[in-house]
Design a protein around this ligand. Sequence first.
Ligand SMILES: [Zn+2]
Ligand SMILES: [Zn+2]
Length: 98
Amino acid sequence: MLQIRPNCEYCDKDLAADAPDARICSYECTFCADCVDNVCPNCGGGFEKRPIRPQRAHRKGAGLAHAPASTQRVQLKHDRDTLATFTLPLSNIPPEER
Ligand SMILES: [Zn+2]
Ligand SMILES: [Zn+2]
């Protein structure tokens, strides 16, 4: 199950479970659309818009009430000064070719 993290790892902006500007990579690294484009600063993979988990249980046991969003804030572990050196060369390569 996808971990729905509560904030952008880079700028610490709150990203509610239904935030339209939340971006997520295959490792669930979560950033806001202002901070990332198509390169994850952690793994180098691509980003997609984070899917929105339904508020209501349209199926028994499903939805946010049964599988709530995470409340554990995550902070970037990498040196900010070196991020561009990491992401810039990768930004020219489509995620499917990295
Ligand atoms: Zn951000
Ligand atoms: Zn990542």
